[in-house]
Ligand binder design. Sequence first.
Ligand code: P1T
Length: 384
Amino acid sequence: MQNNQHKFDTKALHAGIEPDEATGAIMTPIYQTSTYAQPSPGVNKGYEYSRTQNPTRHALEKNLSALENGKYGLAFGSGLAAIDACMRLLKRGEEVISTNDLYGGSYRLFTKVHEQYGLKFRFTGMQNTSDVEALINKNTKMIWVETPTNPTMNIIDIEAFAIVAKKHKLLLVVDNTFASPYLQNPLDMGADIVMHSVTKYIGGHSDVVMGFLALNDDEIRAKLAFIQNSVGAVCGPMDAFLAIRGIKTLHLRMQRHCENGAKVAHWLKAHPKVDKVYWPGFESHPNHEVAKKQMRDFGGMISFSLKGDKMENAFDLLSRLSVFTLAESLGGVESLAGHPATMTHAALPKTEREKNGVTDSLIRLSVGVEHINDLLSDLEQAMS
Ligand code: P1T
């Protein structure tokens, strides 16, 4: 069923997914093959070698690009592999302006890998377009936006930066991992490429590491497919199958993530031991209006700090949790808690992370789909 005019919930199940031609199997088969028989040289059924094309991966790419309202999709071996492919669109000496509050692994890839090969990264808050415009020079080629940001949940105005990018002929790439395509579709707001760590909400079951790019431009698609095939940054067919299966319930899971997220955020805000709560659904959030404009709901990611900002208090709380699991990652059905300063954002120098609010007591929650009463009681007992 290819009809991309369907609503999100219908597309999640059906876009790009056809019953198997050979058997009628409803579920896309796992084409666990590296190669394909050719009747004669140069004659094939569209598949030659699985680094270049694989039918299970292809079905996932069609499905997920439809959810981002994109013409094309490319699935990678991880979120970072997808980000890396975007950077390989650029040449030595060219520059990227990126939000300064972003996943620590993205920061590490930019500063420790791509700077070595001659790319230059300029980091800024991205709360105003004028701060970004002040950094644009003749070498600037890309604006890298992550929104909501990891872990302090800043919201960046995608439409406003799409206008800046068009004006200066820059590529606008949006890391949409925290929102998922259910909450936000950056291509509709003028972004050139949308990037996902499929590992998170899209896969949804903490059983796959995968990345994804969706886009509309034919030329950029050809360049990215060339890079992906040349570098070999592809996901395997089994993982593509698991992602397809996960996506079938993305809309249902996201509804509960948002519902539980709102309740946990309000509960934390009222707690006497909690200092700051970072969640874009609060009217007091500095970018609440932008969040309302570009997101359909506010998601299940929340960060909070403790009064006194002591690392040992954060560690103590984290070790007492039992329904929330202390672990890296996010977006799975089960609730996770993390300590960004020593876990996901350990790659950032202390001064940099503290400037962005990643203080010693900051705790990040990925609120799952369990019963809300169990989540709140768990937090209550861990706090006391
Ligand atoms: O882990 P991987 O699939 O390679 O995705 C990297 C990535 C990219 N962008 C964002 C916003 C992310 O949050 C991540 C991965 N993040 C974690 C593992 C984490 O716990 O924050």
